[in-house]
Design a protein around this ligand. Sequence first.
Ligand code: UGA
Length: 421
Amino acid sequence: MKICIIGTGYIGSVTGACFAEMGHHIIFVGRSRKKLDIIKSGKSPIFEPGLDELLLKNREKLETTTDIAEAVKKTNLTFICVGTPSREDGSSDLSQIEEVSHSIGKPLRSDKTHHTIVTKSTVLPGTIEEFIIPILEKESGKKAFVDFGIASNPEFLKEGTAIEDFFHTDRVVIGTNDTRTKEILEELYKPLNVPIFSTTLRTSEMIKFASNAFLATKISFANEIGNLCKELGIDSYSVFEGVGLDTRINPKFFRTGIGFGGSCFPKDVCALIAHAKSKGITPRVLNSVMAINEDQPRRMIALLKRHLNPKGRTIGVLGLAFKPDTDDIRESRAIPIIKMLIKAGARVKVYDPVAMDNFRQQFPDLDYTTSAAEVLTSDAVLIVTEWKEFESLDYHGKLVVDGRRIEKARKEARVYEGVCW
Ligand code: UGA
């Protein structure tokens, strides 16, 4: 099949590369010619393990353009993979969705073939029916579900393991209101041999938010119990190992510590909160999920202060990315932690294997080191991201506050405080 992928960010580039690997011909559409040229040369525009290899291997199946109309005309299936960032009040900014909807709708007017448009971008329930379809219908002069197909097909990829997640997902969710579109997408995903859940547009849009909100809730719940465990001298990791053995509960996403960051959980939970409020509903659980998450970095600093006053001292920070295997620092817990350290008058020495360039743009004045070992020469060390290489450092004699559970530090440090254990 010939597939148009609009957006060369994280979702777009991974989705396009994986469809190419499945044998499809991909036309990537982006605004930045520079980024498109990187893709065309068989390289990844983002840091994601395995993506370079996949793009290189399938290079002859990849085309690029900055012109949406051209790509829509040459294909029968278009995936919208543009960003939906947060506005100040937590609600989603749909300006990119709006812009591409107009650009997709226009060429559909003269398109004699049947075209299917699929939204992978995370959009609130009702967005496709109330916002995207009216634009497409107006621009094309055609009727959704009759003259063109439209679907919601949320992604459940985790940064750092996105390719593995694509090919071995627990489920593919397809939301649409017409059989033809449902069949086209079921056929597309059939070779993955994974469960396919077909439902309505709105339900599919909500499944994405409910999934991310539940995972975020699981983490904040674990952290609340973990904070209590800490005071009671109990290891929350053992607690959740025991809890997770219940198949109704499952052991994943119970890693306690300094909480969740990234471009998805904070943004999606806040968007759901804002949406609920706009409908007159007070989202009590979700408000608490965010409040607990904001508190965890403060707990880390409070634990540090039990042993040392950071004023005038050098505090080392291991890890800046929001999680390992990514250079993404969006909503990273390192941000509030470093702000608090600076406010407390500390000198901050940092190291991350790949995220330092991104971090430097926001915090140009930190002491960026060239190795993790250098950070360990500080008066105290905070572990903020659980990079694999931090498992092999020598922590003997050090004062360590650990937000991510590095076993070697736990065993070796002179003074060791785990945030929830
Ligand atoms: C998340 C979801 O896991 C994906 O299913 C979803 O597709 C994606 O958002 C999205 O909406 O695009 P991602 O943000 O890439 O994926 O990374 P996660 O592995 O979920 O981690 C998110 C944050 O939660 C990280 O800061 C991580 O350190 C933290 N976390 C995760 C915990 O604190 N404890 C855990 O047990 C798990």
